[in-house]
Design a protein around this ligand. Structure first.
Ligand SMILES: [Zn+2]
Length: 77
């Protein structure tokens, strides 16, 4: 008689935006826009959440790094 282990309920992955690839205004100076794709701890959110394609997510990542270097966003860790 094996006890069935209930599947762990996953946190609902609510996309921050829908398909945002038609709107790729990723700019390291636009902090308000970048912040939409970051956690309150200033971590970049995963692609599943940002719903960006690989190219745009890469651009976003680069922009966040640039913004951090410029002192516009905090570093994590
Ligand atoms: Zn894209």
């Amino acid at each position: 008689m094996g006890m069935k282990i209930a599947a762990k309920p996953r946190a609902p992955l609510v996309p921050v935006g829908r398909k945002r690839c038609d709107d790729p205004r990723i700019d390291y100076k636009d902090i308000a826009y970048l912040a939409k794709f970051m956690t309150p701890q200033a971590q970049l959110q995963s692609r599943r959440r940002t719903s960006f394609c690989a190219q745009c997510q890469r651009q976003l990542k680069q922009s966040v790094k640039r913004a951090r270097f410029m002192g516009l966003l905090p570093f994590v860790g």
